[in-house]
Design a protein around this ligand. Sequence first.
Ligand SMILES: Cc1cc2nc3c(=O)[nH]c(=O)nc-3n(C[C@H](O)[C@H](O)[C@H](O)COP(=O)(O)O)c2cc1C
Length: 315
Amino acid sequence: MSDSPKLGVQLAPRHDRGLALSNPVMLASGIAGYGTEYAELADIEKFGAVVSKGTTLMPRAGNPQPRLVETASGLLNSVGLENIGVDALIREKAPVWAEWGVPVIVNIAGESAEEYAAVAGKLEGVPGVAGIEVNISCPNVSAGGMEFGVEPALACGVTSAVKSSTSLPVIVKLSPNVTDIKEIAIAVQEAGADAICLINTLKGMAIDIDRRRPYLANSAGGLSGPAIKPVALYMLYEAAKVTGVPLIGCGGIVCARDALEFIMAGATAVQVGTVGLSTPDICPDVLGGIEQFMLDNKFGDITDLVGVAGDDPGG
Ligand SMILES: Cc1cc2nc3c(=O)[nH]c(=O)nc-3n(C[C@H](O)[C@H](O)[C@H](O)COP(=O)(O)O)c2cc1C
């Protein structure tokens, strides 16, 4: 009888404490809020890690409704970082997470590098918080958010500011709305990112021809779901060529095959997003499929699959 394949991954090998996950399938930011309600719909502890909704220094109401519309194989959202603010998160949510057996990573956002650093600083030493994911890629806010993710110097500035205000492992989440993903990936790695997540949503819109108006109150939004998977995969593959820190693949993953594509492109872990809105209990399917693939193809350790599609066949 063959042994079960090893699924554990390390997201922050260069960090003192590291960020060890029991498996590579994470729940993406914005899908489960703070995870507490989601935990009633699915076994949240099956995920390798859970990423919370984007959190800012002060609470935010988000954008006006409607802020979600379905498109072909995708979803447009303009939620706009609605959140309870970091103080309420520390008071009300982190104590719940501290009881969970799954690491929770707090996704943070801000309108300035100082705000990002202040949010990260407040999370220092809070039980229940295993790491920080820096969202420099939100397309749905008027100030901050994506601006930091499209300019290497700004991306570097935010990453350095967060790194110097926390001892937690720091993941930086990149925007696909750029000309060259490689230069942003290099910038955040040089600024000290422990890992890099690619990608956030692609800027897009839809128009209701009967009302002759955009569907979303905010006009434009961020496109997610299967429609963006080839773009996300390409960006991860490109980033893998120029970086040495662990990469996390995100964008349109709905099944094990999708997850394996990202891992073979160079991802150490993956995040499932939009699919989790309709199928909260998606993790066992994705994970079970990965495990079956490994058994069928005689891979004993998931890390042996990372980047195999990126190897130069010529040696
Ligand atoms: C409704 C919704 C809210 C989101 N909120 C956030 C957020 O707060 N912070 C963030 O970094 N990404 C956020 N995202 C982006 C997702 O985490 C993910 O990067 C993106 O949706 C692509 O993955 P997917 O195609 O699997 O959904 C949100 C996505 C959706 C659909």
